[in-house]
Structures are given as C-alpha cells and as structure tokens.
Design a protein around this ligand. Structure first.
Ligand code: GLP
Length: 236
C-alpha cells in the first residue's frame, strides 16, 4: 500500500484528483465510484478540471434498497448531484435499489462488472471497516449481494436523513471479490472516527471482521489519510 498523509480533506481531494488524472493519462477507461462524504473533495477537483469522461464508463459500488433514483438520499441522486451532472460519463452503472427481483439485479450487476473490468476504484471507509456496503463478517467470495446494514452504519448514515428511522436497513453492494479485481484502488479516509478502522486496515490482521483489511492482499492500493485518520498508525 502506498500511504499518503495530508493535512485535511481538501489536500486529500487534490491528491485523489491527481490519481484520477494519472489513471486517465495512462488509459484508464472504467472507473469504480463511491458515495459518502469522503470522495466529495476529489469529485470537486475533478469537476473543476478539464478531465473529460465522456468516453469513460463508471460503475458505482452500492445503492440503498427501496429508494428511487430521484430520492435525494439515494446514491444515484448523490452521484448526479456531486459528479455526473457536471462531468458526464459515456455510461454510468448503479445497482437498482428498486428492482423487484434483487437477486436478478445482483446477477445483472455482476455481469456489468465482468464486462467492464475496473481500472481505478475509489473507496471510502466505514467506521467499522466496511468498504462499499460489505459489512464485517461478509464473505470475501460473494459477488453483488443484498446487505442488512449494521446499526453502526445506520447510525453513521443517519446524519444525512431527517429522521433515523428513514435510513434504509438494506442495500445492494458490489462484493469484495469484485473490488479486489480492480487494477488500482484508491481509498480515502478522513477524521478521527475512522482512525481505528484505518489502523485495522493497514496494521491489523487480515480478517473478514474488518473488511478493508482484504486490501493488504492487493498490489496496487493508494491510501490517502488526513492526520486524524492516521493518528493510530504505529508506522507513519
Ligand atoms: C457508506 C457507503 C460507503 C462509504 C461509507 C463512509 O456506508 N456505502 O461506500 O465509504 O458510507 O461514508 P463517509 O465517507 O460519509 O464517511
């Protein structure tokens, strides 16, 4: 893992943007994208740049089950607001959280990923070490799947909703095996509440109890941390 420690998420966004710009220069065509507050500064810098994704493909990590694309809490809405409206891609794929048959939707999504191998995957990090919506204990072998969100994730995401009871309890997530097939992975984490997950991901045992620790087995991972998120690392 290449670990870059920055002052704050503004500087992290600039570094993250640079990773995208370099990937694009080197021919990357398929970009795996993430939601959450973490990638927003990177997306802002991409929007402000002259990078052109009109010939590129994007594939998102996850979506809540039960929210329509025009619900302002859906990840589809988030991606349009924070990136696609200003930087359109040729094709953007997201799981459909309203699909009648969630298992069929998961299969469809696995085919999308198989047909479009991801060149660069950006990730945030859950406070419990989840990536995408792969919660602790998730099998590393399964593909796109239905997830029951943990209370910790529901609590963390409640800040985006008017009432905690509005937070969906289920999601569809790309699997860890698909994430691991990406040629290059960029993970960003900011803030003290991520420090334990960051330490486990980098210095802890490689265990399904902390899903992001699987990244120790990937040979092309860039991690961007602010000082607070890096504060519990022994080797800086
Ligand atoms: C959600 C998303 C993850 C994201 C995580 C952290 O659970 N499914 O992809 O990494 O939240 O969010 P934030 O970046 O807001 O801390």
């Amino acid at each position: 893992m290449q670990i870059i420690i920055v002052k704050d998420e503004v500087e992290g966004g600039q570094k993250g943007y640079q990773v995208f710009a370099d990937a694009k220069k080197n021919g990357a065509h398929v970009f795996g994208l993430a939601t959450g507050s973490t990638p927003i500064t990177t997306y802002k810098d991409i929007i402000a740049s002259d990078l052109d994704f009109s010939d590129s493909i994007s594939i998102n990590l996850d979506e809540y089950i039960g929210l329509s694309a025009d619900n302002d809490q859906s990840y589809n809405y988030f991606m349009h607001k924070n990136l696609f409206n200003q930087k359109p891609f040729k094709t953007s794929y997201l799981p459909n959280g309203l699909a009648k048959d969630i298992d069929a939707e998961a299969k469809r999504y696995d085919k999308v990923i198989a047909d479009n191998p991801i060149d660069l995957q950006i990730l945030g990090l859950g406070r419990n070490g989840h990536i995408g919506f792969n919660e602790p204990g998730t099998s590393r072998e399964i593909g796109t799947h239905r997830v029951s969100l943990t209370q910790s994730t529901i609590d963390a995401n409640a800040r985006f909703f008017e009432h905690e009871e509005d937070v969906p309890k289920e999601a569809l997530s790309m699997g860890l095996s698909s994430i691991m097939k990406s040629k290059h992975i960029l993970l960003e984490a900011y803030g003290a509440e991520k420090a334990d997950a960051v330490k486990g991901m980098i210095e802890g045992p490689d265990t399904p109890d902390l899903p992001a620790s699987i990244l120790q087995n990937h040979d092309n991972v860039t991690v961007i941390l602010d000082e607070a998120a890096a504060s519990k690392l022994t080797n800086k």
